[in-house]
Design a protein. Sequence first.
Length: 61
Amino acid sequence: MNMAVVGMIAGMALGFAGYFGGFGAFLLVAALGAVGFVVGRFLQGDLEPGDFFRPRDERRR
């Protein structure tokens, strides 16, 4: 699926959540969308769990 279409669907979902559920629902949908994005990247193999725990400057001491 094209990334523009995925972005449009995500924006529509956030819009519906904000309109019908208020700001709390908007934040919940945004947070769950971010978690789903990260899990999807893990499943695709683009991310590894160590990517979140390594220091930014990969210098070894």
